[in-house]
Design a protein around this ligand. Structure first.
Ligand code: GDP
Ligand code: ZN
Length: 308
């Protein structure tokens, strides 16, 4: 029987089959997936094959996992050379940001966009709490919107308070699998509760062996949207890590740089001080936004090369 993983704790899973039936699942043996050393081999969003276990009430065994379209991971907290796969088979990622109470930095947004590029997931940025924006924030929003839309990202202003943009965002989620991200305080829970009040926010474990007393709040979890589509919430995951991105590769994950980098004089150009750099020329000509270039330099500085 085919099923989809809705929750994974690394040792047990909640899966749903095509008929909408929910099961506790476990895995017997080990799968080698994507050639990765992973601390949790099965992730939320995975398409799996399950078999009933007669002796366990509502318990099933995962016997196979389908190839992933994409996935997001982060370095394992226990071992930084191991990967922890958070979610897979995503259609898009949505970042909740705010310009007031609290303010999301451009660096935070850029890191999210870079991670999404690296994972091959289209992303959308939603600026929530627009009802609180005064002239200053409204001006900043227009700047950011122009800057990000020029490089291909969708930017939406939203207010859960007065309803601005809410239906636009809701429409974007329909029939898609969407990862929701954002630092705390931006309104992610309010959004989920407002749009999907009927959605059971914490999946109930049906019965049986379920890892009693386990703290599950930091695990990603997927929910069905009543109108169609799924959202994946990642409580406790502040930001997508820039796993495996080297200084040399970084520019690939800025679409506006990717488009020009073949024109640099040196093919190993890092776009910092090299002569004949097409990226720096584009910055000077106003084709690439200075703030994005500054982000690039800052993030490049923060990447510590692996030495293994
Ligand atoms: P989370 O940490 O991202 O899940 O944020 P919450 O959903 O808990 O929201 C944090 C606070 O922001 C709560 O007090 C919400 O009522 C408030 N909030 C959420 N959306 C809006 C909004 O659009 N406008 C205003 N003014 N407050 C909001
Ligand atoms: Zn260059």
């Amino acid at each position: 029987m085919k099923a989809t993983v809705y929750k994974s704790t690394g040792s047990w899973y909640i899966v749903q089959n095509e008929a909408g039936e929910v099961f506790n699942a476990r895995m017997l043996g080990k799968f080698k997936i994507d050639g990765l050393t992973s601390t949790n081999p099965i992730a939320v969003g995975d398409e799996v094959e399950i078999e009933m276990e007669n002796e366990l009430e509502s318990g099933v065994t995962i016997t196979a996992i389908s190839d992933r379209k994409n996935y997001i991971n982060r370095t394992s907290p226990a071992n930084k050379y191991k990967h922890h796969i958070i979610a897979s088979n995503l259609d898009q990622s949505l970042l909740f940001a705010t310009l007031k109470d609290p303010k999301t930095s451009q660096g935070f947004i850029d890191r999210f966009l870079i991670a999404s590029e690296a994972f091959h997931i289209p992303s959308i940025v939603v600026f929530n709490k627009a009802d609180l924006y005064k002239e200053k924030e409204t001006g900043r929003l227009a700047e950011l919107q122009a800057m990000y839309e020029a490089v291909g990202y969708r930017v939406i202003a939203m207010s859960l308070e007065n309803g601005l943009g809410v239906s636009t965002v809701k429409d974007l989620l329909k029939d898609k699998v969407t990862l929701l991200s954002g630092h705390s305080g931006v309104g992610k829970s309010s959004f989920i509760n407002k749009l999907f009040p009927e959605l059971e926010l914490r999946t109930q474990v049906v019965s049986g062996w379920s890892g009693k007393g386990l703290h599950t709040t930091t695990f990603a979890e997927m929910f069905n949207i009543p109108e169609g589509g799924k959202i994946i919430d990642t409580p406790g995951i502040r930001e997508l890590g820039l796993v495996d991105i080297s200084k040399q590769e970084l520019a690939h994950f800025f679409p506006e740089m990717r488009a020009l980098m073949n024109e640099c004089q040196f093919n190993n150009c890092m776009h910092t001080n090299e002569p004949g750099c097409a990226i720096k020329e584009a910055v000077n000509a106003g084709i690439i936004h200075t703030d994005r270039y500054v982000s690039y330099l800052t993030i490049q500085d923060s990447i510590t090369e692996k030495t293994y």
